[in-house]
Write a protein that binds this ligand. Structure first.
Ligand SMILES: Cc1ncc(COP(=O)(O)O)c(C=O)c1O
Length: 341
């Protein structure tokens, strides 16, 4: 298979159209067989549920080329499970988990020429999603849905090394108690746009959201969960019903315990404790871990001892171990790596 002539190292995180995408339609109470298609456009009613009432959920995962030259995906069963939870919360039909994995595999296979080579730092980002496609004018669920998977090659998240970022404590709330913060629904991201644009205008890289109920506990950022390291080397990560259950965070917790022998606490984390941590990182599919060097809470600045030059030492170990597993340099726990070819 000849790879596309792409400057992998200089790819950004943007949309690049690839050759094929998977499409399946839900009509009269059932999903059709689905197919790979070339058309990257969608024609739907002007009154489609997704356009009027934001009935859409999605996932994000990546295909990598390992050291041995295999194309693999990481824990797609957890993406399938999370899409199911997201769909149920928005009264959408569930796309069966085995069919989800099959659709992802087929789409990656069909776009093999776009899977970046090992060592380039680039990956093939995979976006499964689903939306209400039939007309709805009274507020209710649509009758018909479309499930799609497309892929797009994305560049190395960190060009020239992972530099710690500066984040701010947001004045906006991301998710309400008993709301939709724990699912991957487009609506959670629409309402975060003003907050992130504002943070960028103020010179910050990201927002730290606190719990909307009391504004005392750490939740997450707009696109990643938090990991903290205590001065005595424990891993602490916030537990909350209104954050997205990050697959990267859950994997890092297992890596910390089982590969690195670290103690892990998954619990409520009060913002007041944050100043006492030694390291801080944001975890998600995009970067695995982005180190945070500084947090600004309305002018009160927390500078982590790990500083603004490098990842903290424990964060680095976690990062190296998980990326080692993903890239096939380290043995993976049973079921974590699905080989595509
Ligand atoms: C709000 C939010 N939190 C956390 C994450 C990280 O989740 P994952 O590790 O499954 O990519 C994401 C990205 O998917 C996200 O959008």
């Amino acid at each position: 298979m000849e790879k596309k002539n792409i400057d992998w190292q200089n790819l950004g995180f943007g949309y690049v159209k690839t050759d094929k995408r998977f499409v399946s339609n839900f009509k009269d109470g059932a999903w059709d067989e689905g197919a790979l298609v070339e058309d990257d456009t969608i024609t739907i009613s002007e009154c489609a549920g997704v356009l009027q009432y934001a009935q859409t959920v999605f996932e994000g995962l990546k295909a990598y080329t390992t050291e041995k030259g295999q194309i693999v995906i990481f824990r797609p069963d957890l993406n399938a499970e999370r899409l199911e939870a997201s769909a149920k919360r928005l009264e959408m039909p569930v796309f069966p988990r085995d069919r989800f994995i099959d659709a992802v595999v087929k789409t990656v296979e069909a776009n093999e020429a776009y899977v970046p080579p090992y060592g380039s730092g680039a990956t093939l980002y995979i976006r499964p999603y689903m939306f209400g496609s039939s007309p709805v004018i009274g507020v209710k669920p649509a009758q018909e849905y479309q499930f799609r998977v497309f892929t797009t090659p994305v560049g190395p998240y960190f060009k020239g090394g992972a530099k710690p970022i500066t984040i701010k404590v947001s004045d906006f709330d991301r998710a309400a108690p008993h709301g939709t913060g724990n699912i991957k629904a487009g609506l959670n991201y629409a309402m975060s746009l003003h907050a992130i644009v504002t943070a960028h205008e103020e010179g910050f890289d990201e927002n730290m959201y606190l719990d909307a109920g009391t504004r005392t506990k750490v939740e997450e950022t707009g696109g990643a969960n938090f990991l903290f390291i205590t001065k005595d080397g424990k891993v602490v990560t916030p537990k909350s019903d209104s954050i997205l259950p990050s697959i990267t965070r859950r994997s890092l917790v297992a890596v910390a315990r089982d590969y690195l022998g670290l103690e892990v606490e998954e619990r409520e984390v009060y913002f007041d404790e944050v100043k006492d941590f030694a390291e801080c990182g944001l975890c998600g599919t995009a970067a695995v871990i982005s180190p945070v060097g500084r947090i600004n809470d309305h002018g009160n600045v927390i500078n982590f001892p790990s500083g603004m030059d490098d990842m903290g030492p424990v964060t680095k170990k976690l990062y190296d171990t998980l990326t080692g597993i993903q890239m096939g340099r380290l043995d993976a726990p049973e079921g974590w790596i699905k080989v595509i070819k």
